[in-house]
Design a protein around this ligand. Structure first.
Ligand SMILES: Nc1nc2c(ncn2[C@@H]2O[C@H](COP(=O)(O)OP(=O)(O)OP(=O)(O)O)[C@@H](O)[C@H]2O)c(=O)[nH]1
Length: 477
C-alpha cells in the first residue's frame, strides 16, 4: 500500500485557501471600516473641533473691537479734530495690553491717519497695499469684517484683523477701529492636528487658493493644482461641511471642508487614507503568514497521523494476526521479488512447505486456545532457526512456508532437518500440547524454468509426499 501524498496536498491547499479567503475578507472589511470611520467620524469631528477653536479665538477679540467702535470716547475724539494724539495712543495701548492683543488700531476717515499703540503709524493711501483693506471695507455694506492679512508696518507675520466701522450719530462712517491677532495660534493648532492625528489642515479662499497653512510644511498653492480636486472645485467651494475623495500620485485622500463665515474662508481637513489603513495592511500580511504556518503545521500533523494509520493498516494487511508472521499475500510479493533477484544474480533460492502433523487432534482434544499457543510457539521456533535474510510466513491454518535465500537444495534439506528436530524435541510445544508436536516438510529448489505456480505446486507435492510417508519427515523435490 503506497502513501497518497496527493490527498495531503489537496487538504493543505483547501485549508490554506479557506484561511487565506477569511484573511482577505477580514482585511477588506477592516479597510472599509477604517475608511468609513475616517469619512464619517474622524474627519467631521476634527473639522468641528478646529472650527470651535477658531470661533473661541475670534469671539473675544470681536467683542473688544465692537466695544471700541461704540466707545463714545473714540467717537468724540474723532469728531473733535483728533486733538491730543497721546490720548488715543494711551487708549489703544491700554486695550492692547489689557486684552493681550498683538495690536489695537484706529483709522480716521477724515484725516486718513492710521493710529496704533505706537502713535500715528501710517496714512491711508489709495496706492499703498497696506491701505487696500480700508478702502474695501469702506465700500462694503458690512459693519464689521475679519481680515487675515499682512501689514508691512507690523513685520512679516500673518495677522488676523477684526475691523469695525465707527459711525457718527447720523450713521456715517467716520473711521474704523479694531484689534489684530497673531495667527501663530492657528499654526500651532494646524501642527498639532498634523502630528497628533496625521491630518493636513489648511484654509482656502473662494478661488481655492491656500490662504493659511502650517508654516515650514510643503503646501499646495491652490486646490485646482490637483486635477482630481480641480474637477470638484465648484462643489468644494460651497457652504456647510462635506467630505470629498481624490487621488494624487496613486495615493487616495479624503478631504473635508467647512465654510467659516466669520473669515469667509474654507477650512480644509484632509487625510491620506494609507496612513490609517497601514495597521490593517500589516495585520493582513501577518495573518497570511500565520495562515501559512498553521496550514503547514496542520498538514504536517495530518501527514504524521495518516502515515501512522497507513503503516498500521499496511501491517494488518500483510501480517498474520495470531503469529505476527507475514501472511500469504506478503509471501507472494516477497517470492516475486526474490525470483527477480535470483534471475539477476543467478543465485540459489529454496522453499520449505511446512505442516503440523495431526494438528486437528490438538484442537479437538485440548481446545483451540491450546492450538493457538502451539501455532505461535512454532512460529517462534521457525523464525529463530533460519537466517535473518530468510523469509518465514504463515501460509494459512497449520501450514507455514519459508523462503531460503542463497540456499540450494542440500542446504535447504539441512535447515529442514534442523527445524523438524527442533520442533520434535521442543519442551515448550510438548508442554502446551501435552503431547509431542511434529511437523512434515516439503523442500524444493527454484530452477530457471520456475514461476510462482510451478514452484508452489512442487513444494506442496513434496509436503504431501512427506505426509504420505508417515509424517515428521522431509521430502525434497
Ligand atoms: N487453533 C487453531 N487451529 C487452526 C487454525 N487454523 C487451522 N486450524 C486447525 O488446524 C486443523 C487442520 O486439520 P487438518 O487439515 O485435518 O490437518 P491435521 O489434523 O494436521 O492432519 P495432517 O495434516 O494430515 O497431519 C483444523 O482442526 C483447523 O481447525 C488456527 O488458527 N488456530
Amino acid at each position: 500500500m503506497r502513501f497518497n501524498y496527493r490527498i495531503v496536498f489537496i487538504i493543505t491547499a483547501l485549508v490554506f485557501t479557506l484561511s487565506a479567503t477569511l484573511t482577505v475578507i477580514n482585511y477588506l472589511t477592516s479597510m472599509e471600516t477604517t475608511r468609513e470611520q475616517l469619512k464619517n467620524s474622524a474627519l467631521p469631528l476634527t473639522i468641528d473641533n478646529i472650527y470651535t477653536e477658531i470661533q473661541k479665538n475670534i469671539i473675544e477679540p470681536n467683542l473688544i473691537a465692537s466695544m471700541m467702535a461704540h466707545d463714545t470716547f473714540l467717537i468724540d475724539w474723532l469728531s473733535d479734530e483728533e486733538d491730543e494724539v497721546q490720548k488715543i495712543v494711551h487708549y489703544l495701548e491700554t486695550i492692547q495690553n489689557k486684552y493681550q492683543m498683538f495690536t489695537a488700531f484706529l483709522v480716521s476717515d477724515k484725516s486718513r491717519n492710521y493710529y496704533s499703540a505706537k502713535g500715528m503709524l501710517d496714512k491711508i493711501d489709495k496706492k499703498s497695499p497696506n491701505s487696500q483693506w480700508y478702502l474695501d471695507f469702506q465700500k462694503s455694506s458690512e459693519l464689521s469684517e475679519i481680515n487675515i492679512d499682512y501689514n508691512t508696518n507690523m513685520g512679516s507675520e500673518l495677522i488676523m484683523f477684526i475691523n469695525h466701522k465707527i459711525l457718527d450719530n447720523d450713521y456715517h462712517m467716520i473711521g474704523a477701529t479694531g484689534v489684530g491677532l497673531k495667527t501663530s495660534y492657528i499654526n500651532d493648532m494646524l501642527k498639532a492636528f498634523r502630528q497628533r492625528y496625521q491630518f493636513s489642515v489648511y484654509f482656502v479662499d473662494v478661488n481655492g487658493k491656500v490662504v493659511i497653512a502650517e508654516q515650514n510644511v510643503k503646501k499646495l498653492n491652490n486646490l485646482s493644482d490637483i486635477p482630481d480636486l480641480a474637477r470638484q472645485l465648484s462643489d468644494i467651494i460651497g457652504k456647510g461641511s462635506q467630505v470629498f475623495e481624490y487621488t494624487q500620485a496613486g495615493e487616495a485622500f479624503l478631504l473635508n471642508r467647512k465654510y467659516i463665515s466669520e473669515l469667509d474662508l474654507y477650512l480644509i481637513v484632509e487625510a491620506k487614507v494609507n496612513n490609517f489603513t497601514q495597521a490593517a495592511e500589516e495585520t493582513f500580511y501577518l495573518n497570511v503568514l500565520l495562515s501559512a504556518v498553521i496550514t503547514l503545521l496542520i498538514s504536517f500533523i495530518i501527514v504524521l497521523y495518516v502515515r501512522k494509520i497507513h503503516l498500521k493498516l499496511d501491517k494488518l494487511a500483510s501480517n498474520d494476526d495470531l503469529t505476527h508472521l507475514p501472511n500469504r499475500r506478503s509471501f507472494h510479493n516477497e517470492l516475486a521479488k526474490q525470483l527477480l533477484l535470483k534471475e539477476r544474480y543467478n543465485s540459489e533460492l529454496s522453499l520449505l512447505f511446512i505442516d503440523i502433523d495431526n494438528f486437528k487432534d490438538v484442537n479437538d482434544t485440548k481446545g483451540h486456545d491450546v492450538g493457538d499457543k502451539v501455532l505461535k510457539s512454532l512460529a517462534n521456533i521457525l523464525n529463530n532457526n533460519v537466517r535473518k535474510s530468510d523469509f518465514v510466513a504463515r501460509w494459512g491454518g497449520e501450514e507455514f512456508i519459508i523462503l531460503l535465500i542463497d540456499s540450494d537444495i542440500n542446504q535447504a534439506q539441512v535447515i529442514a532437518e534442523q527445524l523438524r528436530s527442533q520442533v520434535a524435541n521442543s519442551n515448550h510445544l510438548s508442554q502446551y500440547a501435552q503431547q509431542q508436536v511434529t511437523i512434515s516438510l516439503g523442500a524444493t529448489s527454484v530452477t530457471d524454468e520456475d514461476n510462482i505456480d510451478t514452484l508452489l505446486k512442487r513444494a506442496d507435492l513434496a509436503l504431501y509426499k512427506a505426509k504420505s510417508k508417515g509424517k515428521n519427515c522431509i521430502v525434497s523435490d
